[in-house]
Design a protein around this ligand. Structure first.
Ligand SMILES: CCCCCC/C=C\CCCCCCCCCC(=O)SCCNC(=O)CCNC(=O)[C@H](O)C(C)(C)COP(=O)(O)OP(=O)(O)OC[C@H]1O[C@@H](n2cnc3c(N)ncnc32)[C@H](O)[C@@H]1OP(=O)(O)O
Ligand SMILES: CCCCCCCC/C=C\CCCCCCCC(=O)OC[C@@H](O)COP(=O)(O)O
Length: 272
């Protein structure tokens, strides 16, 4: 009986292995599927820990989430090479902006996340089962991207509470995932927020995933991700008139860094 189960299990594993070798599509789907299951299961366990330790929705839960998510890279053979962590050591609150390539970014985010830092996320994430629950418990700020006025109102409220709660806020200024190896034009919400709260902007850049991850070609292998935390950009004394300029400066610095980290230095020059 037991031998039967063992043989069955081995046969299933062998079949999966053969399918993965034969078909990149199956390989890709299985790896992404595994990532999603890992997120859902770990979120359920982490949510229980968060509720027991901290009792409800608080940024303190980010420490628990970070500890769990930092182990995920070993399942996928991903390595992070991080530079500039000292740039997070600013006094008081700050806005952190970074490029957003994939749902896999949560691993890179947690690899470097400073204390007392929450992210801005689309409200649809609340409805992703246990993942939605853990994101809620971590204190993520939800915005409705379909309504500019309500998103702006939420951001204005955040500008007020950041100082009181000594919060850092992590925003993906591209506003959506983009895995092309380049940046999308930046939305201005993060920069309005920084100017309204008069806090520095700290850019964080992750090298392009395209050498090991590409959903269009079903590529998902192991790989190395370079991360660079750039020096803070001060906003003291800036007004809403300076937001476009601040956004542009940040965009160009991050684009140059992205190309350098991804081994495409020459293309930084044709940035417009
Ligand atoms: C334990 C295991 C767990 C495992 C899994 C979980 C792992 C980790 C869990 C924790 C981590 C969770 C992290 C979740 C991350 C989620 C990431 C996302 O969801 S990204 C998508 C959402 N984020 C964003 O969209 C942010 C960037 N967007 C913006 O900043 C936008 O500007 C906006 C959303 C505020 C508004 O967008 P939109 O409606 O498109 O309007 P715009 O064109 O950008 O702006 C119109 C004009 O308004 C001006 N503006 C914008 N903001 C403001 C403001 N705050 N104040 C004043 N004015 C503002 C803007 O300048 C435009 O005017 P213009 O004249 O054209 O300049
Ligand atoms: C009961 C409902 C069950 C739903 C199951 C959903 C399964 C989801 C499980 C795991 C996914 C892990 C995702 C981790 C969080 C990822 C955050 C993220 O990267 O969001 C994307 C968002 O920034 C931009 O969205 P778009 O690119 O504009 O789109």
């Amino acid at each position: 009986m037991e031998l039967g189960w063992l043989l069955c299990g081995t046969a299933v594993l062998l079949l999966l292995h053969v399918l993965m070798e034969l078909s990149p599509a199956v390989n890709f789907a299985l790896r992404i599927g595994f990532y999603c299951v890992l997120c859902l299961v770990s979120s359920a366990l982490a949510a229980a820990a968060c509720l027991l330790v901290n009792g409800g929705r608080t940024v303190k839960n980010m420490r628990i989430i970070k500890a769990v998510v930092k182990t995920f890279k070993y399942f996928f053979g991903l390595r992070f090479e991080v530079k500039g962590l000292e740039n997070f050591e600013v006094e008081g609150p700050a806005i952190i902006v970074s490029n957003h390539q994939s749902i896999l970014d949560m691993m890179g985010l947690m690899e470097v996340l400073p204390d007392n830092c929450v992210q801005v996320g689309k409200k649809e994430l609340m409805y992703t089962g246990t993942v939605g629950l853990i994101i809620y418990l971590g204190g993520v700020i939800f915005i409705n991207r379909k309504s500019t006025s309500s998103a702006k109102m939420v951001m204005a409220e955040v500008a007020k509470t950041m100082a009181a709660e000594n919060l850092k806020v992590w925003v993906y200024p591209e506003g959506t995932r983009n895995c092309t190896g380049d940046l999308l034009p930046f939305k201005k919400g993060a920069f309005h927020l920084a100017v309204q709260a008069q806090v520095p902007v700290i850019p964080v850049v992750y090298s392009s995933f395209t050498t090991f991850y590409n959903p269009k070609t079903n590529l998902f292998t192991s790989g190395k991700i370079k991360v660079e935390i750039l020096p803070p950009i001060e906003t003291k004394g800036l007004t809403s008139d300076d937001v476009t300029d601040l956004t542009d400066r940040c965009f160009h610095t991050m684009r140059e860094t992205l190309f350098r980290l991804s081994g495409r230095p020459s293309e930084a020059k044709d940035s417009s």
